[in-house]
Design a protein around this ligand. Sequence first.
Ligand SMILES: Cc1cc2nc3c(=O)[nH]c(=O)nc-3n(C[C@H](O)[C@H](O)[C@H](O)COP(=O)(O)O)c2cc1C
Length: 194
Amino acid sequence: MVQPRLQIIIGSTRPGRRGHAIASWFHAHALAHAGFAPELVDLAEIGLPLLDEPRPPQQGRYENEHTRRWSEIARAADAYVWVVPEYNHSYNAATKNALDYLAKEWVGKPVAFVGYGGVAAGARAVQALLPVVTSLGMVPAAHAVQMPSIRRSFTDDGTFEAAPGLQESATRVLDELRRLTVALSAAPGAVPLV
Ligand SMILES: Cc1cc2nc3c(=O)[nH]c(=O)nc-3n(C[C@H](O)[C@H](O)[C@H](O)COP(=O)(O)O)c2cc1C
């Protein structure tokens, strides 16, 4: 089988975000894991405005060039890892906006999360995302990578140093996501990997 395409989506868009370094660490881990062809997708670069399509995304009739571009990117993936910060006991607005833009693109695709934040390790962000992604027809992995007190994982010069145990956690998530991706690609109605 061709390696499934894994998009590692950087959910945070703010200047100075920690999410970029965390996603880059996960991307390097995914390359070494070799179960996927991984790529980084940066919501800050994609630069979606707040949802401005006149029709519901389920119709797939997009008016705006930025929506068509985002649709093309998301459609190309076989699986996703969403790298998501905890903001105010939930996930960040740019993540919700990017999900709301599309519909069919997400259906039947597996998704896992790398959550990070303060004391709750991004767990509330990940928990809040579960009903959203399942309503969109995505299939969430049972495991997530959770990173507590994220500030302490960065050196003064802004380098990310993964805490002990995170490599193993990332491997577990990638193993599960790979199993889900293979199973879903063989499921009736799913689009086969080419
Ligand atoms: C608007 C905002 C709200 C936050 N709320 C929480 C929170 O509820 N719980 C928590 O653990 N951390 C919270 N934090 C801390 C963030 O998780 C932490 O700053 C993280 O680095 C943010 O991700 P980013 O740097 O990639 O944007 C918040 C940060 C911001 C900017």
